[in-house]
Ligand binder design. Sequence first.
Ligand SMILES: [Zn+2]
Length: 177
Amino acid sequence: MKDACNQFRDSLADMADGTADAATVAHVNSCQSCLIIVNDLKMIVARAHQEWFTAPSEWISAAKALMPETRKIFTCHRLQLRGIAPARGPVDEFQIVVGTDELSLRLMATPTDTGWNIMGQFPSSDWEMEGQPNVTISGPRFQFSAKDLSETAFELVSMDTILQVPPMNRLIRDDSI
Ligand SMILES: [Zn+2]
């Protein structure tokens, strides 16, 4: 590489993505070895752009379906129930504790004008919630609304575990889950 080339070496990448100054453009247009480097860089830039192109959602779903699910999946049982008079069923606010042998999760259900509001707390900060489109997350708490207790199923997901929480109507009614 000639001395003149060294001077422009750092700006060749600018040339590849179209932001080079006039001096760099002039040098590259008159220097075969720098032109070859710029052409290589252009190919790399073009490939990088392709990789970041947003895939259609059906491609993403198809790709996800091909990946094996390696996380452990647990279904929560009912551990405790407070605030429901058996004769009346769930008409007022109630609390339910659900979980597995290792994890428990306290949920509060509050009746609203349009159904129910469900509030809970993540076991720790590395969990995410899935399965409820209108969830609101604020710090360690999550809450969502549902028209009916039968529409309150969700999942808490961490790197290695999926915790399935059945809908409240089943958790209340069924002593075996
Ligand atoms: Zn050159």
